[in-house]
Design a protein around this ligand. Structure first.
Ligand code: THU
Length: 165
């Protein structure tokens, strides 16, 4: 059997000041959105901000529910809203940030597998990268050039689509 390796490439900015102005605003918007989360169960507050090709910024925060699996992550709230409001409009960048009441966050937040899958579908559809900016309340920001970098060997369901009648 042949051994294979996958490489994950990303960059790290020391803080907001090391990013270009549009990315500073996007990260700031995602941090602001953590204050709008409805997360009484986890007390883990996540914010997301998506920059669209038309210049609009669509935001989201995590929304929990007493029936736990009914809640939704901030990323999917934002990305689904963006696609609902501006269908087909390419998503250029997404900033994601989190803060917690209970735990000390050492690392910037990293999106869950389900959110990676959802973002990847839009990335594949638009045939262009969605750049990701991952952070917490302050400090370092991880910069990932495209969603597919965070989901290697992905399942791309788009190929299952039937021809439109
Ligand atoms: N959560 C997000 O909104 N995004 C992530 O990337 C990770 C997790 C939410 C889901 C749930 O409301 C809380 O954080 C704890 O998992």
């Amino acid at each position: 059997m042949k051994k294979k390796e996958l490489l994950v490439r990303y960059s790290e900015a020391e803080d907001l000041g090391h990013l270009p102005p549009d990315e500073q605003s996007l990260v700031a918007a995602s941090r602001e959105m953590t204050t709008k989360a409805y997360a009484p169960y986890s007390t883990f507050y996540v914010g997301a901000a998506v920059l669209l090709a038309n210049g609009e910024t669509i935001v989201g925060s995590n929304q929990e529910n007493g029936a736990y699996p009914s809640g939704l992550c901030a990323e999917r709230v934002a990305v689904f809203a963006a696609s609902a409001m501006f269908p087909g409009m390419p998503m250029v960048k997404i900033a994601i940030s989190a803060r917690s009441k209970r735990i000390e966050m050492e690392e910037p937040v990293s999106p869950c597998g389900a959110c990676r899958q959802v973002m990847l579908e839009y990335e594949a559809l638009q045939k262009g990268p969605i750049k990701m900016l991952l952070s917490k309340e302050s400090g370092r920001i991880l910069v990932i050039e495209k969603v597919s970098d965070l989901l290697p060997l992905a399942f791309l369901g788009g190929r299952l689509k039937k021809e439109e009648a």
